[in-house]
Design a protein. Structure first.
Length: 404
């Protein structure tokens, strides 16, 4: 097969949605020809080949950060990507399009699918349907709801990364579409052990860690309150990631005199990220919603127990008291209580961490890619069957007219 992936974000741009797209594309490229149509920003080249995947980047305006896109950059991506995509499709025959994020990439995949007369598999990542932290979240906007509903109905197959994502699709947009759930996956990251001293930490300290973009949905101000409540514990919090709330978080930490307790590490390369996870004791997240939560799998693979809220796609694979603790959304008192429980019980941390290592092996990227490949094959087969039937009907009608 020859497959065109469309995603406005692709590494090094974007967060988990872009990262998992690249992992799937690279796995699929081991057996098929794969091209990715994405955004060009931050000095990236317009064309590149990585791990057998051909990447075509189209210019967007006003994108100033790798991890966060703004509205103008997303809106300018749509017409430029459609124009570029049509040129790509004219020059080469593709079998299928896999579009990631219904907005802003959905209109691109839909338009190119119609232009080339090939099927479109639309992949939802969660935040493109529902973000409780945003007043302009699509599920609250009638115009966006209508636009998204139309794109969902026009797709040949809709894939969701979790039950939560598909539930939100049916609740707010298209109750009649069942959708296909494919859990995301990660690669097996084997990193050399680095002593804590390399990062300036002591062996008797409890290191809590979180990873993600510094945006409102992550509710990192709550983690600052958690650490403020644990002042008497020998605890530090490491925050990996960058985003628009970076300055504000630094200000709050300074005002609460938590500069030595909370370390904002900014953007961290992949290999370094897993080395830091390896030296930590506990993964924490106060995110208000995750479509899936790839970072939770990364933490599990690193042998960390997890404390987070029970609102989002992570409910598919995180189990209360097995992988850590799932807390009712915004119940900060219970969140702190269960952090304390793990801080004070190293044996419990070790037991849960070992369990998480084993469970994470069920979510390898090759399994995720194999499920996608199967969806691509069955979608293309069904599409071709439908095309042949339509042709047969036309031929039958023409024969009838000739006979008449």
């Amino acid at each position: 097969m020859k497959i065109l992936f469309c995603n406005y974000e692709y590494p090094p741009l974007g967060g988990g949605g872009g990262e998992v797209t690249s992992l799937i594309a690279q796995e699929i490229a081991k057996h098929h020809e794969v091209t990715v149509l994405t955004s060009q920003a931050q000095g990236l080249s317009s064309r590149q080949v990585i791990e057998r995947v051909q990447i075509i980047r189209v210019p967007v305006i006003f994108r100033k950060q790798k991890t966060v896109a703004n509205l103008l950059s997303m809106m300018t991506f749509i017409p430029v990507a459609i124009r570029t995509g049509k040129k790509v499709l004219k020059n080469s025959n593709y079998d299928l399009i896999n579009t990631h994020f219904v907005l802003p990439t959905g209109p691109v995949g839909d338009s190119l699918s119609s232009f080339a007369g090939i099927p479109n598999v639309l992949t939802l990542h969660g935040g493109d349907l529902y973000d409780p932290s945003k007043f302009i979240s699509p599920h609250r906007n009638p115009l966006l709801r209508s636009w998204i509903s139309r794109l969902l109905r026009r797709a040949d197959v809709v894939v969701g990364n979790s039950n939560d994502t598909l539930d939100n699709m049916r609740r707010y947009y298209t109750p009649e579409i069942e959708g296909v759930r494919i859990a995301l996956g990660i690669r097996n990251h084997s990193v050399d052990y680095e002593p804590r001293s390399r990062y300036g930490f002591k062996n008797d300290e409890i290191l809590m860690v979180t990873v993600g973009r510094l945006i409102a949905r992550k509710a990192l101000i709550q983690l600052i309150e958690v650490i403020n409540s644990l002042k008497n514990e020998n605890v530090r919090l490491l925050i990996m990631g960058e985003g628009p709330q970076g300055r504000f978080l630094k200000y709050i930490c300074s005002r609460k005199q938590l500069g030595g307790k909370i370390i904002l590490l900014g953007f961290v390369e992949e290999s370094e990220k897993f080395q830091i996870l390896k030296i930590c004791d506990l993964f924490v997240s106060t995110s208000q919603h995750e479509g899936f939560g790839l970072v939770f799998l990364e933490a599990m693979q690193s042998g960390l127990p997890i404390v987070c809220y029970n609102h989002g796609g992570q409910n598919d694979f995180l189990k209360d008291q097995e992988t850590g603790y799932l807390i009712e959304l915004n119940d900060l008192g219970h969140f702190i209580k269960h952090c304390q429980l793990l801080i004070r019980d190293p044996d419990l941390r070790k037991k849960i961490g070992e369990n998480n290592k084993l469970k994470a092996k069920e979510f390898n990227i090759d399994r995720c890619a194999a499920l996608y490949e199967n969806v691509f094959i069955t979608t293309l087969s069904a599409f071709n069957d439908k095309q042949r039937k339509n042709v047969s009907k036309k031929e039958l009608k023409q024969n009838f007219m000739d006979t008449d």
